[in-house]
Design a protein around this ligand. Structure first.
Ligand SMILES: [Zn+2]
Length: 240
């Protein structure tokens, strides 16, 4: 069901054979590297956390204007099927995660990243309304469309998408109720990169196309408003 993860490195899998200290490959960084890495320790850490050594974290504050646009769009189109379809997509992700956790609980050998990704989804599903998750994911796609330079790579975008969606859960989804074991199970706070990649892909596949189309709509409306403004200015100038 899951395609293989691409073997993109965490900065410590470069093929440089020299072990002498070199300058960190991150733009503007003058620190030295250690071992076989092309990155200094700080940028290695950033790469693990954000999916790219030059990616900064997208904060709730930065995302807010885009979230407001999504909420406004929803308010204007309350009866649209789009919202229920998108929420159903989230439910499908939840169900998929439940299935994985059930298989895992039954003792089946599983890929650890899959189990961890499922735990994250489970933790979210118990604590955040689907509409909030959908809005946040769509807002991220609007942001990427409007500010492409904020994202150092597609992978870095996926990591930020995961970060903002996870951030919706109280205490960052620190645990979830394990039904099978009848106890609360802790989940990883700092996501291993493979888990972030997997979650990012799942969210992108669920909401990416809708996000892209919504961004196009936003852009078209903005262009139309600017055109009207320009025509008004021209008409006013032409007044006798
Ligand atoms: Zn560095």
């Amino acid at each position: 069901m899951f395609p293989c993860l691409s073997p993109r490195g965490d900065g410590d899998e470069s093929d440089h054979s020299e072990t002498m200290t070199k300058q960190c490959a991150a733009r503007g960084c003058t620190e030295g590297t250690t071992g076989y890495s092309t990155l200094c320790d700080n940028h290695k850490h950033i790469q693990r956390r954000h999916g790219h050594p030059e990616q900064g974290g997208i904060t709730v504050h930065r995302l807010r204007p885009y979230l407001k646009r999504v909420e406004a769009r929803r308010a204007k189109n309350k009866d649209s099927d789009a919202w229920s379809i998108l929420e159903a997509r989230w439910s499908a992700l939840e169900a998929h995660a439940q299935g994985i956790l059930a298989e895992w609980a039954s003792g089946k050998a599983m890929v650890s990243a899959q189990v961890q990704a499922a735990q994250q989804l489970q933790a979210l599903s118990g604590s955040v309304p689907p509409s909030t998750i959908v809005n946040t994911a769509l807002a991220m796609f609007l942001m990427r469309d409007a500010e492409p330079r904020r994202f150092a790579s597609d992978r870095a975008f996926d990591f930020q998408l995961v970060r903002r969606v996870r951030g919706l859960a109280p205490v960052n989804a620190g645990s979830y109720w394990n039904h099978k074991a009848q106890r609360t199970t802790k989940v990883y706070r700092d996501l291993p990169p493979r888990v972030a990649e997997l979650l990012g892909r799942q969210l992108r596949e669920a909401f990416g196309l809708a996000g892209f189309m919504l961004a196009e709509k936003e852009r078209a409306e903005e262009a139309k408003a600017q055109d009207q403004q320009r025509r008004l200015a021209e008409a006013l100038e032409a007044l006798a």
